[in-house]
Ligand binder design. Structure first.
Ligand SMILES: N[C@@H](CCC(=O)N[C@@H](CS)C(=O)NCC(=O)O)C(=O)O
Length: 216
């Protein structure tokens, strides 16, 4: 959902957003979402689903173009967007680890994705950024920002230092999270909702949050 909202904001498109309680999906949502998943985008009477399809649609119909004009660069951007399930899966294992052991295991696996993206930021870009392709935000930024956003929140609790040896990713993350289009891509109660999800999922991060609160 956040990724679609970032793109809508980057293109200054007027929209209304309805957040869905995924534990209690309303019937009207299940009727329009073929896989019962978010996001879906309703455009007049048409319903689009799957983040990649929605992103590509928005980029085709509303300027400014967020994809590179060069077809080779565009294909490589698409390839890096296709890598996001591996990327967000690896971060998800850190965020939602239930025990210290699970956390350590997840942190040990994280360099597998971090190494590849750090290298991509060096090799693909050839400039100082701050975004994936350079000075302008692009669809790859919109795809990676949600995981970085959640991880930086987790980092305030876990202090893993996982990005310390990845200066390009750290700088990219800083630029993304400082950007108004990304800052305003989540609901106002996002921090609270994320922390509640950590508690509900009985994560290791939630136990640290509880200990910190008890010590205050
Ligand atoms: N491949 C889909 C994945 C969407 C997806 O997994 N959405 C999650 C939330 S991030 C969801 O709706 N989960 C609810 C469920 O699976 O029941 C996309 O990129 O749009």
């Amino acid at each position: 959902m956040q990724r679609a909202v970032i793109i809508l904001r980057a293109k200054d498109i007027q929209f209304e957003v309805t957040y869905i309680d995924l534990r209690e999906k309303p019937d009207w949502f299940l009727e329009i979402s073929p896989h019962g998943k978010v996001p879906v985008l309703k455009v007049d009477d048409d319903v689009l689903f799957e983040s990649n399809a929605i992103a590509e649609f928005l980029d085709e119909v509303v300027p400014p173009r967020l994809h590179p004009e060069d077809p080779v660069k565009r294909a490589r951007n698409r390839a890096w967007t296709d890598f996001t399930p591996s990327w967000s899966g690896a971060f998800g294992k850190v965020n939602y680890a239930k025990t210290k052991e699970e956390l350590d295991e997840a942190l040990e696996a994280l360099p597998k994705v971090l190494d590849r993206v750090e290298e991509a930021l060096v090799v693909e870009r050839g400039n100082d950024g701050p975004f994936f392709n350079g000075p302008e935000i692009c669809l790859v930024d919109a795809a990676y920002a949600p995981s970085l956003h959640r991880f930086m929140m987790i980092e305030k609790i876990l202090h893993t230092g996982a990005l310390d040896s990845y200066p390009k990713i750290q700088a990219w993350s800083d630029a993304l999270l400082a950007d108004a289009r990304i800052k305003t891509s989540v609901p106002e109660d996002f921090d609270e909702a994320f922390h509640s999800a950590l508690e509900r999922r009985e994560t290791y991060a939630a136990t640290l949050m509880e200990s910190a609160a008890a010590a205050e």
